[in-house]
Design a protein around this ligand. Sequence first.
Ligand SMILES: [Zn+2]
Length: 271
Amino acid sequence: MSFVPAVVPSSKKTEPAWWFVFRDDKLLVELTGEAATIPCAIDLESLHLRPVRKQYLGTLNGRRCYSAELAPDDSTPEGMTFRGLRQLFGRLDENLFSVAGRAVQIMNWDQTHQYCGRCGSSTEPKPNERAKVCPQCGLINFPRISPAVIVAVLKGDRILLTHARRFRPRLYSVIAGFVEPGETLEECVRREIKEEVGIEVKNIRYFGSQSWPFPNSLMLAFTADYASGKITIDKTEIIDAGWFQANNLPSIPDKISISRCLLDWFVETHQ
Ligand SMILES: [Zn+2]
């Protein structure tokens, strides 16, 4: 994908742009059977929409992209509908889906940072930067991204999977958790595993990352090897945990997530 982020549009406004329009965090799309697409227009007036706020995102293959926020009681343009982002995975073009993930986060950040968190004054956009500055006290706010680790723990030919209380019935996945302030990623990996299942790991290796806009996470995936200890589940977050072989996996997460990438990698390399 050639998405180039920017804060100020450089190309001509006479060309149509992609509009990522949200109402209550749901994206405005046009559906044709199973396939969904994003409105492409010169401006929102031509779609009879009057957003509360709009944000320039950058260009996708040279075409301008904007996010926009509608009032909760705004009507839906004829022939279009609002859908949650997760529902659009696999139905929207991959590049547009990826930009939609940026769009919802920037739209939400703009909405929730209209006032300074320190002195309460109205904030202003910082010129040429994705940031808001308080003209009274100088506080600068950047879009917030919350890093989280996700870890495949291996023991020989088996992988550690847990069933968390928040999961749908019978779904098992790898361990995940948010990074705490002051913590390194490796410390976070060790802590989360220790807290959730009571074991120690070694050989922590980076696997890959994924932006996870539900609502504003950055998933950092790792693999690790079992070192010592017996599985002891914490019972508050985790209901069950165990070691599984590649040919005997329980119900696992959908294709959308990096946890599934970790599991697909495990199956490919441990069959
Ligand atoms: Zn302030």
